[in-house]
Design a binder for this molecule. Sequence first.
Ligand code: MUC
Ligand code: MG
Length: 380
Amino acid sequence: MRGVSIEDIQTVLVDLPTIRPHKLSMTTMACQTMVIVRMRHSDGVEGLGEGATIGGLAYGPESPESIKRNIDTYLAPLLIGQPSGNIHQLRARLNRHIRGNMIAKSALETALLDAQGKRLGLSVAELLGGARQTHLPVLWTLASGDTAKDIDEAQLRLEQRRHCDFKLKIGAHPVDHDVRHVAAIKEALGDRASVRVDVNQAWDESTAVRGIQALQEAGIELIEQPIPAREHAGLIRLANRFNVPMLADEAVQDARDGLDLVCGGFSGAFALKIAKAGGTYGVLELAHVAQAAGVGLYGGTLLEGTIGTAASLHAWATLPEMAWGTEMFGPLLLKDDIVVKPLNYHDFGVDLPTEPGLGITLDEDKVTHYSRKDCSRKDC
Ligand code: MUC
Ligand code: MG
């Protein structure tokens, strides 16, 4: 392993259609774009990574196109020629020279871990110290925009034993309309399912007070990011005001945000995402802050495909059981996949891959088929 260095880093934009329109408060997705990283090392090992976000620039400051362009132009040159094995050093190097760009950093760190695992014959979870769970619970997001369709979708997932926890995307409509939609779904599913909502920052604090009161009365179990990300004080006030717990998502990118929230008196749960924290190590730092503060853990997604989802699963697997499970359903929202063997979803969860590295092999024909031929914007 000594003497091995990073030889080449290629990125490609892959566009995959979704199985149905996915409606969030800030955008509707008809496809997902993944930035696939292929990192070649001097020992012939290839590491795979993925960066994805939601709706171009609708979710955050990185778009698929900026992730690709910034890796190609700024981040990859900092890694090429460097020794492959010391991921902490490489992470520090990227952070010293590049501000932000957390999704791009996460994609590269995933590729480094995948390569190191393959080289040593260890899965990424083993590389991180070992898995404490090998089958992780996975919820499903109901976001067709239609109450009856969402109920049918939930019933089907329950019958299939694929999901028993559901997250509803709200915030695009007036609060009373959203509350009626959510309450109807909860009533139809009853005690067979846990129903939660994600507002994706759409409310101001007074609207949130009105909405959360009604959602709490309807039996909703968790309220995700009701108000804008930067309003930490407001989120803390909401957490203290209601019995139903708050899930901080956009408000908590990494361990520093987590510390700020808990020092301010936040209780509830944190949505962990490798993409927000710049990769596995950053997200585990946040998880440790949460654990120390008694804040619940939730394994979050930016709707990554199989590579990013597998990377997240390896990280979550090293943690004790998460209080709120995970939402690692990204590949299930897509009509097709670019890997040889998809993840195995069954019994309300997904199996952790066990092969070395991420345990994922690309299907080259599919990669070629779905790759964008140039870096121009694609709306879908
Ligand atoms: C988010 O904000 O939580 C996760 C599931 C989903 O449908 O959207 C994402 C992003
Ligand atoms: Mg969210």
